[in-house]
Design a protein. Structure first.
Length: 388
């Protein structure tokens, strides 16, 4: 059993440590966000450039504004093509993604520079355009257009590169969110698997002790008591196995389940077992993990009631303190009874592990000798009265 528990912990640790599968779709940006950022960037450029020209009283500003609007539309189309290229090539590495984006911007910025040349120098030239052409031809008589395109490309590359880097950053942020969601999903699956495993460790432990008790009754020839125990065991198993190991039940329901178990033990110890439950009405609907009390009650029977010769009381007290539900289970110990062999610690360790797995440091369990000389187990967990 200890080996199974260690194997479960190792498996859970590996699951949590493993990097979630990378998916290219995680790094893609919502098309509305991408297209909206393209339009916003170019519109902002148009408004700032035109506004500055008007503030400085630059002549012929309205003809320039019209040509600039044509170039801005061309810029939007070129940036949209850049978006399509980046979206289709999604390397896993962030650096590779950024390199692809920067590289894809080069041909598109050259296309944009060519369109800019055509609009301002060939299709809709102004007086300043002819002066610039004459000046460039005097310096570069053969390849003045190429020089203008390269000069514009260098200046405009930064503009395209900024948008490409912004797109890759948005995609990386989306990827990190997706990875975090999957990691949380893996954590939930690991936690669920551990809760189920801890729950199913309880049932064999309980069955082992119960079947031993049944065997004792058969050897003694106590047929009616054995039949009663078998019926009670059937009712208990039907009720306990029908519930989901992850399920929360009300404290009232949990105690009702334990009473089914105590009915089994009452058959063995009709004159020795006494049960006392103190539970305020306002805590009856408090939520607790199903069968969380089972190993505790079982230990109280095994180490308190079974070795004794006289009446032994098992007391369960429920209270609330500082937003926590506190459950204390205490049993008497007959000082004259032989001391039973110490157990493996599986039952109480299981209770503590289940509480820590579900609630973390907000819950816990401790045990030891009580002031009256008996044995107590105290557990606490966040108090929740919602529908379980």
């Amino acid at each position: 059993m200890a080996n199974r528990k260690e194997a479960l912990r190792d498996q859970r640790a590996k699951m949590l440590a493993a990097a979630p599968d990378w998916r290219a779709s995680d790094a893609r940006v919502n098309p509305r966000v991408a297209i909206g950022s393209i339009i916003a960037m170019w519109l902002l450029y148009f408004l700032i450039t035109t506004g500055l020209a008007m503030l400085t009283w630059t002549p012929d500003q309205w003809p320039y504004a019209g040509r600039r609007a044509i170039v801005v539309v061309a810029g939007i189309l070129c940036t949209f093509l850049l978006y399509q290229l980046i979206q289709r090539v999604q390397p896993q590495s962030f650096g590779a993604r950024l390199a692809v984006a920067m590289g894809a911007a080069i041909p598109l910025v050259i296309v944009y520079a060519c369109i800019n040349l055509l609009v301002f120098y060939y299709w809709f030239p102004l007086e300043d355009s002819f002066k610039n052409i004459a000046e460039m031809q005097s310096k570069f008589p053969v390849a003045w257009e190429i020089v203008l395109v390269l000069d514009s490309s260098i200046r405009w590359y930064f503009f395209f590169a900024v948008w490409a880097a912004l797109y890759v950053a948005f995609g990386y942020a989306n990827e990190m969110r997706a990875v975090e969601r999957r990691a949380n999903h893996f954590r939930m699956e690991a936690q669920t698997a551990q809760l189920r495993a801890l729950h199913y460790q309880v049932n064999p432990h309980f069955l082992f002790n119960t079947l031993n008790s049944l065997s004792t009754l058969v050897l003694k020839g106590s047929k009616s008591e054995a039949e009663a125990m078998i019926m009670n065991l059937s009712s208990f198993l039907r009720s306990s196995l029908a519930v989901d190991p992850e399920q929360l039940v009300s404290l009232d329901e949990e105690i009702a389940l334990q009473r089914l178990y105590l009915d089994i033990e009452q058959t063995r110890f009709p004159d020795r077992l006494q049960v006392e439950v103190t539970m305020p009405d306002e805590l009856k609907n408090a939520c607790v993990p199903v069968l969380i009390l089972q190993p505790i009650i079982e230990n109280a029977i095994k180490y308190g009631v079974a070795p004794s010769k006289g009446k032994i009381a098992i007391r369960l007290d429920a209270s609330s303190e500082y937003g926590l539900l506190v459950l204390r289970i205490e049993n008497d110990i007959d000082p004259k009874a032989p001391v039973p062999a110490s157990g493996t610690g599986l039952g109480l360790g299981n209770v503590r592990e289940r509480l820590l797995t579900r609630y973390g440091p907000a819950a816990g369990c401790e045990w030891g000798q009580s002031d009256s000389g008996g044995f107590f187990v105290s557990l606490w967990l966040p108090l929740a009265r919602e529908r379980c």
